[in-house]
Design a binder for this molecule. Structure first.
Ligand code: ADP
Ligand code: MG
Length: 595
């Protein structure tokens, strides 16, 4: 499914031209640029199949540069390179490895004996392609001029070297930094040194120096950043700083949601990272809701993902010890917890979003490609990279091109940047006693504790020691799990709320009541990988769209998480604040004027 701008005027040819190839000088190509793709037809030597064409999908392109040869005999020639990351032809198993491969196409503009004229043509192609990547509206009548382009973005990358399998820094150097440099993004990279480092860092940051803060970790580090921004006296402005995520943690739910909203099929591991990096290269952001969560001590925090109790929070926290396994830790944790299901007694109250106050049963249809067919988609710092790394990185890119080309042909003009810019059969259900002391009895993180949290007033909530308002619904039951989620994904491969979107102002409240069989739980979680769990129509499984909720655990011990981070155990409540922050999604439903 193509989304957003790719649907608009895809057939219209914006530019057409004939160019030489590189590194082989003998080849000639006819190029056509449409809103969705660069179409490449080889003219010389004539291919056996005259219709053979290469189509470079722009959503798989990180960037585009104009270049000049340093070889004296080539002084009049201009070049432009398109940096694409197409999927490998032979798809490997999901999550097992890289399924995208860098492919650079370089074209030789030599129609004139005068370099300036050739350079102007190369520049026009570069500007047009960049406009399409960044969502700057152009048509075949548009005068393509560098003035159309916004200034290059400056991003602050916060990297958690301990996130997931501890590969974040390695992924930065191998993939992220080269790709964002190809997109002309300049950056500072800061490694976090400990928990809450990022939270403290953003409190003292001069935010107007940055076009965005990018988290290179799992969801936990973004939780820190959002709460750090909300602790600033200028929170109203600060929280509008665009934030983005490049998945290098074990819990990559938001990245899964961004990947899905960007029109890519479900991906894990490196493929997910490359998809999200491509989307980041394209810019574009969307408003995102935050949920203000209050725990029993009165501490308030802002959550972008979920509040979980029971099965899900147990798996999340108990599987911490398998962290080295990356996202597989949740699969193992799920199997362990399924083997000994627990239930928790509690009182759940909510303010329904829809009229009727009845739980909503939804059925969705997935297209063959897995996408939704019938839904409208709507400090001392480790500074490892200099602020303006652009030129250096271009050199790196050039070197990488060169290395590849030398291997191919043995001859190459050297380039410089252009001067212009577990299924269990048994249905028997045994309840495990809740452990007398949960794995880590101390709350690992009490959000907002001893910190001043600003933010909009919670006008839908009353204090936790007061009864909920009269228009709320309350039920008391034994639960296997309660989950309040506001993203489509709870993990990169847990498509829990396929209908959720970033700024809709809804909390999707799910709960599973005691009595569900273990086999049904297995089927439920397996179906969640494809988002088809609603089709199972299990009576114990309920979904209600709400604006606010309160959960009062009546079982004395248990685990509560907010965005996957453990919080103090006890009554907890939250309300949604619509479109409070801005998320970089790569699909510019909101025109970005700041860069
Ligand atoms: P994961 O998905 O692997 O859990 P997260 O981004 O959620 O990755 O980070 C896990 C935890 O690591 C968060 O609580 C975060 O505060 C903490 N953290 C951040 N930087 C560091 C660091 N340098 N050392 C240890 N923990 C860190
Ligand atoms: Mg985490």
């Amino acid at each position: 499914m193509e989304v957003g701008r790719y649907l608009v005027g895809t057939a219209e040819t914006l530019l057409h031209g004939e160019f030489g190839g590189h590194p082989s000088k003998g080849q000639r190509y006819a190029l056509s640029l449409t809103h969705a793709a660069l179409h490449i037809q080889r003219l010389v030597p004539k291919p056996e199949d005259a219709d053979q064409r290469t189509v470079v999908a722009l959503r798989e392109v990180a960037g585009c540069h104009a270049l000049r040869s340093r070889t004296p005999t080539e002084a009049h020639v201009a070049y432009f390179s398109v940096y694409a990351y197409p999927q490998k032809k032979r798809k490997v198993t999901v999550g097992s490895g890289r399924t995208r491969q860098r492919a650079v196409r370089t074209f030789r503009v030599d129609g004139s004996a005068d370099y300036t004229r050739n350079q102007t043509v190369a520049e026009r192609w570069v500007v047009a392609i960049k406009c399409l990547l960044l969502g700057v509206p152009i048509g075949s009548e548009t005068e393509i001029d560098p003035g159309l382009l916004p200034r290059p973005r400056r991003l602050l990358l916060l990297v958690n070297p301990q996130g997931g399998r501890g590969l974040a820094l390695q992924h930065c150097h191998a993939h992220i930094l080269p790709m964002i440099s190809e997109a002309d993004i300049s950056y500072n990279l800061i490694q976090t040194e400990r928990q809450n480092h990022a939270r403290e860092l953003v409190q003292g940051l001069s935010l107007d120096e940055w076009d965005g803060i990018i988290i290179v970790s799992g969801d936990g580090l973004l939780y820190e950043v959002i709460n750090g921004l909300m602790e600033r006296p200028d929170w109203e402005e600060a929280i509008k700083t665009p934030v983005g995520i490049l998945p290098c943690g074990s819990g990559n739910a938001l990245a899964g949601a961004v990947n899905f909203s960007g029109g890519f099929g479900q991906a894990l591991a490196l493929e997910l990272l490359l998809n999200c990096t491509l989307l980041l290269c394209h810019g574009g952001m969307e408003p995102m809701d935050l949920v203000s969560v209050t725990t029993c001590s009165g501490a308030r925090s802002f959550s972008f993902l979920s509040v979980a109790w029971g099965f899900i929070s147990d798996v999340d926290i108990e599987s911490e010890k398998y962290r080295h396994m990356g996202s597989a830790r949740f699969t193992l944790g799920t199997a362990v917890r399924l083997a000994s299901l627990r239930t928790y007694r509690g009182r759940l109250s909510y303010l329904p979003a829809a009229d009727g106050h009845r739980p909503v049963s939804r059925s969705i249809t997935l297209a063959a490609n897995g996408s939704l067919a019938n839904l409208q988609r709507h400090a001392p710092l480790h500074r490892t990279v200099s602020d303006m790394a652009l030129c250096e990185e271009r050199d790196v890119v050039t070197k990488r091109n060169s290395a590849a080309s030398v291997t191919d042909t043995g001859e190459l003009p050297s380039f410089e940047a252009s001067p212009s810019p577990a299924a269990l059969d048994s249905d028997s259900f045994t309840f495990d006693p809740v452990p007398s002391a949960p794995p880590s009895a101390a709350p690992a993180m009490a959000p907002g504790t001893a910190r001043h949290m600003w933010g909009p007033p919670d006008d839908l909530l009353v204090p936790l020691d007061k009864p909920v308002p009269g228009d709320w619904v309350t039920l008391e039951a034994d639960f296997v799990l309660v989950l309040a989620i506001y993203q489509s994904h709870l993990g990169a491969d847990l498509f829990v709320a396929p209908f959720a979107s970033f700024g809709e102002g809804l909390i999707h409240l799910f709960f599973v009541k005691a009595g569900i069989s273990r086999a049904a739980m297995v089927r439920l979680f397996l179906a969640m990988e494809r988002g088809s769990h609603f089709e199972l129509e299990y009576p114990h499984f309920t979904h209600v769209p709400v604006r606010a909720f309160r959960l009062e655990p009546l079982t004395s011990k248990g685990i509560l998480t907010v965005d996957g981070e453990r919080v103090e155990y006890g009554p907890i409540q939250g309300q949604v604040h619509r479109r409070l922050c801005n998320l970089i999604t790569g699909t510019p439903r909101v025109k970005v004027s700041t860069f």
